[in-house]
Design a protein around this ligand. Structure first.
Ligand code: MIC
Ligand code: SF4
Length: 646
């Protein structure tokens, strides 16, 4: 039997285990990336491992999330990342260079290689045929030190693309359509592989938009073949030597096949407040729009913004809205400027924002109360834009640009029969001057800058013999890491855990952190109860690290998403599932719980039973943990486990 493309890459990188879906494997990681919001903690953890220099082919620390420098904290983090990169042989991409995923695609990604990034949208690299996976910072720190990355051998879904894109549709519509089919739930353990004759009609940037938003499905990664389009893209970035051809064997087997006929695709839109709340744009046209924001690692590359400029050319934006455009990379911005497109955007009335994550993560351009914001980003979770009542819709740049002119959600096919042209440059403008390469000189004497906001990674104790404590919070389905550990203006506390921990679950229950802190001080263990798909969204390990700091010992949910579950384990928190989902209704906030002999239960790989003392009932629960993961939890987390076993 032939191999799928994903199986080929995984097989080439296997360190342990075999490709049997569901079984634990570990793989060698060729490249890593971090960004400033997760990278400071990842690098602090790397330092704690006591390794002299990174052992990957390359590791890059990007600064893109938190670049506004309102206050010294951002600036201090950036200086820490610069100096830590110098000392340990990492690349450092300065603020202003652009967003990590776009930059990695442009300057570093290589077909057939593995990439681990402390950001959930790392699968963007799948657009050029990488197995690129998002993970918590601690996993990335271990990979930087040459450690393998552990995951479940995936089930693979093939997405078979037919035909070529219908007018006014683009990569964004493909992934929105997939989100409608697969939703954001129940895709843990899957990877997506794209194939079919339609692949050839998609540019690398469109492919990368699709793999980027695969993160919203909750799949581990999404991968496109590496073909002549990939080759041309790498050549246009002066990296033709990095290309290798890669595709699945013709007789490869898949766990599921989904067909998408690109000719039949329509412009799509995700309504508030979930990326899978997708309908055709035509179904909701006419809704008034107050803000249009074009940016992010999903849809702000050069071809996207050239299409935007073509639509806006010679016209003015609607008088009742603002248009913000934040190019994804400095290369994009420079080329827009050189080619004259930038002035078309400015002339139409666009506000040009810095090349960074910006409004995508609620850092500025926060919409007004209750208003509608059309964005080309990947997530529209409630409140993520910075306004709890903001109504964020996700669209392609084409749909966004048309709405900027009409002032309302508009089916672009009603706007004009003539769609903008996809312009894929033969040559991109290369200027790596904001990128610092690792030095080959001795770096022992480099001293690392640490501002007062930067603390050591907190320590956790080994798991106690028995767990006794309270359900500190019960939440419903689809709780995202933005609910658990909000970002936006709090990003500056990412390296100050005592401070950041004061905001755990703030959007859901502002009294949580205080209650948890008091419970922890009294010696009680904290429990959180969740519904389906708990921990969706970002890779931020702070959604586990800060609850750990507040004394949380177990999360009990109907289902828990992959990256978050791995982060809980990494910080010694038990991820548990109800054996019977109905038991979710037999446990309430403030109930007193007890789990006896949990250390023995884990050592013997037995089923734990939770005793709900308040209701006097027993609740059997399950976990899906390998022997290694159980040992990590027993040790109180991956840092303790790694130190003990190295
Ligand atoms: C996001 O898009 O939610 C983020 C901000 O990029 C996160 C990383 C973080 O929280 O720092 C992600 O996607 O992992
Ligand atoms: Fe940055 Fe938004 Fe992309 Fe996350 S999704 S990396 S915040 S641009």
């Amino acid at each position: 039997m032939g191999l799928s493309l994903i199986e080929k890459i995984l097989k080439n990188h296997l360190v342990s285990g075999g490709l049997n879906p569901g079984k634990e494997i570990s793989i060698r990681i060729d490249q890593t990336l971090t960004q400033d919001a997760t990278g400071t903690m990842a690098c602090l953890q790397f330092e704690a491992l006591g390794i002299a220099r990174v052992k990957t082919d390359l590791s890059v620390n990007y600064v893109d999330h938190n670049v506004l420098q309102i206050g010294f904290e951002n600036s201090d983090d950036q200086l820490y990342l610069k100096t830590v990169s110098e000392k340990y042989g990492m690349y450092y991409s300065r603020a202003g260079n652009g967003i990590c995923h776009q930059l990695h695609l442009e300057r570093f990604g290589k077909p057939g290689k593995t990439l681990l990034g402390s950001d959930s949208h790392t699968p963007t690299g799948g657009g050029i045929g990488m197995v690129a996976i998002g993970a918590g910072g601690l996993d990335v720190a271990i990979a930087m030190g040459g450690g393998a990355f552990y995951l479940r051998s995936p089930k693979i879904i093939k997405v078979n693309l037919k035909g070529s894109l219908a007018p006014w549709t683009s990569g964004k519509d493909v992934i929105l359509k997939l989100l409608r089919i697969l939703t954001t739930k129940s895709n843990v353990g899957y990877m997506l592989e794209f194939g079919g004759e339609g692949v050839a009609s998609l540019s690398v940037q469109e492919r990368a938009t699709i793999t980027n938003m695969g993160a919203e499905l909750g799949v581990t990664t999404s991968v496109f073949p590496s073909d002549h389009v990939t080759k041309k893209y790498l050549e246009s970035q002066q990296r033709g030597h990095c290309w290798i051809p890669l595709c699945a064997d013709p007789d490869a087997q898949y766990d599921r096949i989904i067909e998408i006929d690109l000719n039949e695709l329509e412009p799509m839109i995700a309504k508030p407040h979930s990326p899978d709340n997708v309908v055709e744009v035509s179904q909701i046209k006419g809704i008034k729009v107050q803000q249009v924001a074009i940016g992010s690692c999903t849809n702000a590359n050069y071809p996207d913004l050239v299409k935007t400029a073509q639509i806006l050319d010679g016209k003015k934006i609607n008088k009742d809205l603002t248009l913000i455009i934040s190019p994804a990379s400095r290369q994009t911005l420079m080329m827009l400027s050189d080619d004259g497109y930038l002035s078309k955007l400015i002339d139409a009335g666009a506000r040009i924002a810095e090349t960074n994550c910006g409004f995508c993560i609620g850092q500025g351009h926060v919409p007004s109360t209750g208003s509608v914001s059309l964005r080309t980003i990947n997530r529209n979770f409630k409140g993520r834009c910075g306004t709890p009542t903001g109504q964020v819709y996700l669209v392609s740049p084409e749909v966004a640009a048309v709405a900027a002119l009409t002032g309302e959600i508009t089916d672009p096919r009603d706007f004009s029969a003539e769609p903008p042209k996809l312009i894929v440059p033969e040559k991109y403008a290369i200027d790596d001057s904001l990128l610092t390469r690792p030095s080959s000189e001795q770096t022992e004497n480099v001293s690392i800058f640490r501002g007062p906001n930067i603390g050591d990674p907190p320590h956790n104790d080994p798991l106690p013999d028995n767990l006794t404590g309270t359900v500190l919070l019960k939440v419903g389905d689809k709780i995202t890491t933005d609910h658990i550990m909000p970002a936006g203006q709090l990003l500056k506390y990412r390296s100050n855990i005592p401070k950041y921990s004061q905001y755990v679950f703030e959007p859901v229950d502002p009294s949580f952190a205080d209650r948890a802190f008091k419970a922890e001080k009294s010696g009680a263990h904290g429990f959180i109860v969740g519904g389906e798909s708990y921990g969706q969204g970002s890779s931020r390990e702070h959604a586990a690290l800060c609850p750990m700091y507040l004394g949380i010992k177990a999360v009990l949910a109907k289902t828990i998403e992959r990256i978050h579950s791995a982060n809980l384990i990494n910080f010694g928190i038990l991820p548990l599932n109800f054996a019977d989902p109905e038991d979710y209704n037999r446990i309430d906030q403030d109930d007193e719980l007890e789990v006896s002999d949990i250390r023995l239960v884990l050592k013997d790989n037995k089923q734990p039973v939770i005793f709900n003392k308040t209701k006097n009932i027993k609740i059997p629960v399950n976990y899906d943990l390998s022997a290694r993961q159980r040992s990590i939890i027993l040790e109180g987390g991956l840092l303790n486990y790694t130190k003990k076993n190295s």
